[in-house]
Every structure is written in structure tokens, then in C-alpha cells.
Design a binder for this molecule. Structure first.
Ligand code: ATP
Ligand code: MG
Length: 464
């Protein structure tokens, strides 16, 4: 059963229950009230009739009458007070009854009490009120009881027709209520249906789908939460897709990077095996094989480092003076720079930071190495550290503006031939970028072709 059907059914049940209970209580109350009012009126009537009869009998020479005269006189008096409503009992015998009712128990002592005794008797659909009382006769020794007989069926008929009228009105109210409940629940549940449709669309793969609900109530809040969740899922899926695409490209590039030295090694070793080479040619071939193997070794070393970056357990942060990092990086690059007659000038105004020593030295060495590869013989590289920023600046060939955003991608090289000739594999900056990220820093590249490049490592201010 659907929610709107449940809600409608529940409302109808509640309405029916409350209507039956409250209607029943009200009708019963009205009936009791009317009944007691009617009895009160007729009790008053019999009281005054009994009193009037008693007065008339006391003022007459009733005691001196013969038995037959007494009865005739009593009948005469009763007729004056409407004989069709009264039964007159002397001791235990009915002496006058011109009503349509047959009194079965005239000897019942309750008909002759000082106060009025009344009872309602039901005969089929007829309701008869009987009210009895002793006629006050003063010194007269006769025991006379007067019983009033009243057909009060109309009272019950009235109540019945009132109840019928109430049920009729109530049923029409319920029909109206049911229609209103259908319309209102339909409106209330509209956002829920929209949410359901949105969820189904997302399930089918339409990740950009959002629930179009703008109400300020709980439904609106739920829709907002749903949309945020959908947005998050979409972002994560996009991120996963991008990541998978990056990996695919990386695998392609890796295969390509491996293929070139491999082909070269196979070619030269084939010549060594099958061709009768001169000594100089043999030496050249072996040199070539050696160079390509070194290249493969470097490539594998960088790849291992890059993969190792994802294993955070191997990272060890310690409080280190940045100056020490500069000195060690300069020492490592000393031989390489001297070969190219390039000068490295460094100055550090930064104090100590929490860093991983090996990773940071690797980062600086990679940046100096890149700067050296891009620089001409005799030029200078500047390594500075100031205000949470480490910068490596060179006066080399620079990077074209459109290439800057790509150079941190693995295996990306602006000038492939030149980079490969210099022993590069396009992994250095990817490595640097990952190291900076692990230190909560950002790697920024500023470059102008023909003028030089500055690579900045921006750390978060200390204490954040
Ligand atoms: P590897 O670092 O793996 O030995 P690589 O130096 O070629 O090889 P990256 O360090 O990732 O690779 O650099 C990517 C590319 O960016 C380089 O091939 C080069 O073209 C360009 N590049 C990097 N640094 C500079 C620089 N300072 N000046 C000019 N071009 C640069
Ligand atoms: Mg490099």
C-alpha cells in the first residue's frame, strides 16, 4: 500500500472512530436529558392532579357515600382530569382505567408512595411512562393511588431522527474530508515523489540529476541533503574517472618510456652477438647499452619513489633547519653543476620546519637539476628561502605558458628529445608536486620563454 493511501485510510479511520464515539456520547446525553425532563414534567403533573383530587374528595361527603356511589363519584372526578391518562387504584384493585394500557401489578406498593414513582416500559416500538402516587386524603380512611399513563414514544422517535440526521451529516463530512485528505496528501507527498524520481534517475546513471524541491519544510531539508549527497557522489565519481584516466595515460607513457631504451639495448646487443664489429664499434655499442641501462635504472628509481609517496608510513617528519637542506642539496648537485659550469647561489632566511629530510632534499635536487638542464653554460641558479616560500630560479630557456599546467604530470616533457637526451623521463616534477603536497605545501611555476623559470614551494604559515 502506498504512503498516500495509508495516510488517507488512517485519516478516515480516525474520523470515523472519533465521530462514532463523540456522536454516540452526545446523542446518549441528549436522550438522557430529554427523558429526565419529560419524567420531571409528568411527575409534576401527577403530583398536582393527586393533590387536586385529594382536596376535592376531602371537601366532599365521600365517607358517607355507599360503595357504588363512591366508585361513580371517583370515576366522575377522574374524567374531569382526562380519564384517558389516569388509572385509579383503591387498595389493590383498579377501579377506573379508561387508558389503553393494562396495569398488570396494581398491588405494587410503589404506586402508593408519598413521593412519585415513575418507570418507562417498552412494548415493541412503543414507550410508556408510568408515574404513580398516593392521593393525599387527610382523615378519609380509603387508600387511593393514582397512576399516570403517558405514551412517550415520540420522544424516542425524535432522538432517533436526530441521530439519523447526525449520521447523515457526519457521513457527508467524511466524504468531503476524504476528498480533502486525498488532495492534501497528494500535495504534501509531491516532493517525495520528485525525490524518488531523482533517485531513480541517479541510479540509472544520470549523476547530474538533482531533486527539484524548494520548500522550507522537512521535505525541503531532506531534498537539500539528498542533492548534497548526489553532488558529492558525482564529484567522487568524476575524481575516480579522472584518476583512472591519469593512470591509463601514465601506463601508456611508462610503456613508451621503457620501449625506447629497450629497443636500443636489443639492437646493440644483437649487433654484438651476430655482427663482426671492430673494437671501436664494440666499445661504442657497449657504451650505448650501458647508457640506456643507466637510464632505465633512473627511471625505475624515480617510479619507485613516486609510488613510495603513496605509502605514508615511510614518511618521517622532523624539525629541520631549512638552511641544512639547502647545503645538502647544493652538495649533491655540486659535481653536476661544475660539469656544466653553472653557479648555484643560495640564501636562506627561513628557520626550522617539520619536514621529511630525504624527501625535501630530493625535491630541491630535482628542481636544481631541471634548472640546470634548462640553463646555458655559465649561467646562475638561485635557491632562496623566505617567508614560508622556497624558490628555485634559473635564467634558462623557460617553459611556454600553455605547457606550465602540464609539466607536473608524470612523463610529461616539453621538449621530449632534449629531455631524453639529458637523461630525463618526465617524472621529476610529478615527484616534486607530490612531496610538496605531503608537506602541506603548493608547487607554483612562474616562467617566461627565453627569460627563465622560478619554481616556488609555498608552505602554510607556521602555527596553522
Ligand atoms: P626527470 O626529472 O624525470 O629526470 P624531466 O626533468 O624531463 O625528467 P620533469 O622534472 O618532470 O622531467 O620536468 C618536466 C618537463 O618540464 C621537463 O622535461 C622540461 O621540459 C620542463 N621543465 C622543468 N623544469 C624546467 C625549467 N626549470 N626550465 C625549463 N623547462 C623546465
Ligand atoms: Mg627533472
Amino acid at each position: 500500500m502506498k504512503l498516500w493511501q495509508k495516510l488517507s485510510l488512517l485519516t478516515v479511520c480516525v474520523l470515523l472512530l472519533t465521530g462514532i464515539v463523540s456522536g454516540g456520547v452526545v446523542i446518549h446525553g441528549v436522550m438522557i436529558y430529554n427523558q429526565s425532563k419529560t419524567m420531571e414534567n409528568y411527575e409534576q403533573q401527577i403530583k398536582s392532579t393527586a393533590f387536586a383530587l385529594g382536596r376535592e374528595l376531602q371537601s366532599s361527603p365521600f365517607e358517607s357515600y355507599q360503595k357504588a356511589t363512591k366508585i361513580s363519584y371517583l370515576k366522575y372526578l377522574i374524567r374531569r382530569y382526562d380519564a384517558s391518562e389516569y388509572i385509579l387504584i383503591e387498595d389493590d384493585h383498579v377501579i377506573c382505567n379508561e387508558t389503553a394500557f393494562h396495569l398488570t401489578d396494581p398491588s405494587d406498593a410503589r404506586w402508593g408512595g408519598e413521593t412519585v414513582f415513575s418507570v418507562i416500559q417498552q412494548k415493541g416500538s412503543q414507550y410508556i411512562l408510568l408515574a404513580g402516587k398516593r392521593i393525599p386524603l387527610g382523615n378519609i380512611s380509603t387508600n387511593l393511588k393514582l397512576v399516570l399513563v403517558k405514551d412517550i414514544s415520540s420522544l424516542y422517535q425524535n432522538i432517533r431522527s436526530q441521530a439519523f440526521f447526525y449520521v447523515l451529516i457526519y457521513l457527508s463530512m467524511i466524504i468531503v474530508a476524504v476528498v480533502l485528505v486525498f488532495i492534501i496528501t497528494g500535495r504534501i507527498l509531491k516532493p517525495l515523489r520528485e525525490l524518488q524520481r531523482a533517485a531513480q534517475d541517479i541510479q540509472k546513471g544520470n549523476l547530474t540529476r538533482r531533486a527539484d524541491v524548494h520548500s522550507k519544510d522537512e521535505m525541503g531539508m531532506m531534498a537539500q541533503a539528498f542533492n548534497k549527497m548526489a553532488q558529492r557522489i558525482e564529484n567522487q565519481v568524476t575524481e575516480l574517472e579522472n584518476e583512472s584516466e591519469r593512470r591509463r595515460q601514465m601506463m601508456g607513457s611508462l610503456a613508451h618510456e621503457l620501449k625506447t631504451p629497450m629497443t636500443s639495448i636489443i639492437g646493440y646487443s644483437d649487433s654484438l652477438l651476430h655482427v663482426n664489429l671492430k673494437e671501436t664499434q664494440r666499445t661504442r655499442a657497449l657504451n650505448h647499452i650501458y647508457e640506456q641501462c643507466k637510464r632505465l635504472e633512473r627511471l625505475s628509481g624515480k617510479l619507485m619513489s613516486l609510488i613510495g609517496m603513496y605509502d605514508n608510513d615511510s614518511i618521517c617528519f622532523e624539525e629541520l633547519p631549512v638552511q641544512v637542506l639547502f647545503e645538502q642539496a647544493a652538495l649533491i648537485e655540486k659535481y653536476n653543476l661544475e660539469q656544466q659550469k653553472i653557479k648555484l647561489v643560495y640564501s636562506c632566511e627561513m628557520g626550522s620546519r617539520k619536514l621529511d629530510k630525504d624527501l625535501m632534499i630530493s625535491l630541491l635536487v630535482n628542481l636544481i637539476d631541471n634548472a640546470a638542464k634548462a640553463s646555458d653554460v655559465g649561467s646562475t641558479i638561485y635557491l632562496t628561502g623566505k617567508d614560508n616560500v622556497i624558490a628555485v630560479r634559473d635564467e634558462g630557456c623557460g617553459i611556454p605558458e600553455e605547457e606550465i599546467e602540464h609539466v607536473t604530470e608524470a612523463f610529461y616533457m616539453v621538449d621530449k628529445a632534449r629531455s631524453r637526451k639529458a637523461g630525463g623521463s618526465g617524472l621529476g616534477l610529478a615527484l616534486c608536486s607530490k612531496i610538496a603536497e605531503l608537506h602541506g605545501a603548493r608547487l607554483l611555476i612562474e616562467s617566461r620563454t627565453g627569460e627563465g623559470t622560478t619554481v616556488l614551494i609555498k608552505f602554510a604559515p607556521l602555527g596553522e
